[in-house]
Design a protein around this ligand. Sequence first.
Ligand SMILES: NC(=O)c1ccc[n+]([C@@H]2O[C@H](COP(=O)([O-])OP(=O)(O)OC[C@H]3O[C@@H](n4cnc5c(N)ncnc54)[C@H](OP(=O)(O)O)[C@@H]3O)[C@@H](O)[C@H]2O)c1
Length: 274
Amino acid sequence: MALPNGETVPALGQGTWQMAERASRRQEEIAALRLGLDLAMTLIDTAEMYGEGRAEELIAEAIAGRRDEVFLVTKAYPHNADRQRLIAACERSLRRLGTDRIDLYLLHWRGSVPLAETVEGFEALKQAGKIRHWGVSNFDTADMEELAAMPGGANCATNQVLYNLSHRGSEYDLLPWLAARRMPLMAYSPMEQGRLARTSALAEIARKHGVTPYGVALAWVLRRDDVIAIPKASTEEHLRENRKAADLRLDEEDLAVIDRAFPPPSRKGPLAMD
Ligand SMILES: NC(=O)c1ccc[n+]([C@@H]2O[C@H](COP(=O)([O-])OP(=O)(O)OC[C@H]3O[C@@H](n4cnc5c(N)ncnc54)[C@H](OP(=O)(O)O)[C@@H]3O)[C@@H](O)[C@H]2O)c1
């Protein structure tokens, strides 16, 4: 998977929302992230919001000694998105992550800070070598248009949005807009946060390929070559299953069955958010 500047990143990464929330699961979560790295899922997504910094600290522990293998993504709160606060928030994330650079720094969602100020902050951080790329999250097509039109706005590397079988709205105009600019979409909650609809369609396709319905859901998100998926998994079994899904190619018949069970959008709707 290529970013707009040509740098390649893994199409299958790892999410970390709700990690570092229970001390009893900490070691399991760290082991899962490390296993993910072993399985080449080296893009790790987090945010200053997750556990108010505790997820970033957990990642620091998980990637200790392996920083160079990882493509590290974190996000700033919208209330930290003016130039000065963004720089300070980035410094705090760097400290918690135990690193000197963030590979991709995202605005978590759009707030009241003018976008131009956020872009200025991102560009300043890039100049200073604190971040390597920047992007946005939960931006609909009109937000992307506005961003692209401002100075520096075209340097945006990705837009991270909710995209899964039950939330296909971005296929209507956002995905084509991004594709025209060779900007990958980063799909969050690709497996519906573990609450996948139990349909016979998915069960049948899963049986046919010898995977679980979750594997099918993830393989479906990854069927496009312009989408990066960041499932969160904290057990070895889930991680291995997810890795397997990245190699699964759904055929035309599978895709047609899925389209009947989870129809693509026929008109523009508001971008779904988590
Ligand atoms: N930008 C944003 O606004 C935004 C919003 C939401 C999420 N995100 C990012 O996207 C990441 C992924 O989204 P998500 O965590 O909301 O949802 P998700 O990845 O769709 O689902 C995670 C849930 O699915 C379970 N799971 C994982 N693999 C499985 C498998 N093979 N079979 C059955 N269950 C499985 C996990 O359980 P275990 O943990 O027990 O393995 C967990 O409960 C987040 O972690 C976060 O990094 C971003």
